[in-house]
Write a protein that binds this ligand. Structure first.
Ligand SMILES: Nc1ncnc2c1ncn2[C@@H]1O[C@H](COP(=O)(O)OP(=O)(O)OP(=O)(O)O)[C@@H](O)[C@H]1O
Ligand SMILES: [Mg+2]
Length: 306
């Protein structure tokens, strides 16, 4: 049996057992998977991913962040951590998952996307199967898995979005951010795999002056989305513009650690409370098939089946 055949069998068994974790140690049930995305770049996805991860940790939840923005080494810069290896070492250089998982502050684990992969489109079927097999080990290792995607409507980003149960769409008051968010939803709406019942879209309005501004922005956006796309979008909450955010970036520390009492950090805490109080999301993640199934669906479409 060649290696490809081996992998095919492993993936097949992964599918058959519904994506259960491999080892007893990681057999802790399914993780809640939260995908953070945006239409436009630079609107606060990475800040949101990291600070929500910290807020989850403060509640005692274990968290892994998957940096799925393959172009830029975002998470590691903000964590001030230098990972030795990244996802491309797993794919191309035979590294193990344990080698590429890095511990950031507060014991938050993260996997760097690195810049060696420009997207799943670049990988062969066998490489993808290998990633899927390895990802099976992540499922269940943490209570929460946060996927920080690249911006925009590339097929990789859309693959993550349609395959997720919970999508946080970050928008700012900038007109281009709003129109790009709309474009993302429009493309999503036409996507053959998009299921409006199973994929919940939650809007975060970032860099706003106050709650009213954020809520108004959501309301106006919602009217248009409802009228032309007929997609349900929820309002998760706001993040105020806060200069401490850039100070924290310079210190390579997330604001929730460097300035825990700042208005920015308090907004992340509130967002977390809203996520936690969504009982249907908490419960539905126990029903979905988990990270492996998510990737299986994505890969199957992209590569014509494994
Ligand atoms: N609420 C805020 N107040 C002030 N500055 C902010 C706020 N949110 C984010 N920023 C700043 O905006 C910049 C972009 O944020 P971030 O890197 O999180 O965005 P991104 O969407 O991940 O970007 P990219 O698309 O490049 O990955 C950073 O310098 C960050 O400090
Ligand atoms: Mg980013």
């Amino acid at each position: 049996m060649d290696q490809a055949e081996n992998l095919r069998n492993m993936v097949k068994s992964t599918e058959e057992d519904g994506g259960k974790p491999l080892s007893a140690e990681s057999n802790r049930g399914k993780s809640r998977i939260i995908t953070v995305t945006s239409g436009k770049g630079g609107v606060g996805k990475t800040s949101t991913s990291i600070n929500l991860a910290i807020q989850f940790r403060k509640m005692g939840k274990s968290v892994i962040i998957l940096d799925a923005d393959f172009g830029l080494a975002n998470i590691e810069v903000m964590f001030g951590a230098i990972p030795k290896y990244n996802l491309s070492d797993l794919v191309y250089r035979g590294k193990d998952l344990k080698d590429i998982i890095v511990k950031g502050p507060m014991d938050i684990s993260f996997i760097s996307g690195g810049s060696g992969i420009s997207g799943f489109e670049d990988l062969t079927k066998d490489q993808i199967m290998y990633i899927v097999y390895k990802l099976k080990e992540i499922e269940g290792m943490a209570d929460i898995i946060i996927i920080d995607t690249g911006a925009g409507i590339s097929s990789t980003v859309m693959d993550f979005v349609v395959a997720s149960d919970e999508v946080l769409l970050v928008t700012t008051p900038e007109p281009t951010s709003i129109t790009d968010s709309y474009s993302l939803l429009k493309v999503l709406n036409k996507h053959s795999e998009f299921n409006r019942k199973t994929t919940k879209i939650k809007i975060i309005t970032n860099k706003v002056r106050n709650y009213e501004e954020g809520l108004n922005l959501y309301n106006k956006f919602n009217v248009v989305v409802d009228k032309f796309l007929k997609i349900e979008i929820e309002f998760l909450g706001i993040i105020e513009s806060d200069d401490n955010m850039s100070k924290a970036v310079i210190q390579q520390q997330p604001i929730s650690i460097a300035y825990p009492n700042s208005k920015g950090a308090k907004c992340y805490k509130k967002l977390l409370d809203n996520l936690i109080s969504d009982k249907t999301a908490e419960e539905s993640h126990n029903e979905h098939k988990g990270l492996v199934a998510l990737f299986m669906r994505t890969m199957k479409r992209g590569k014509g089946g494994v």
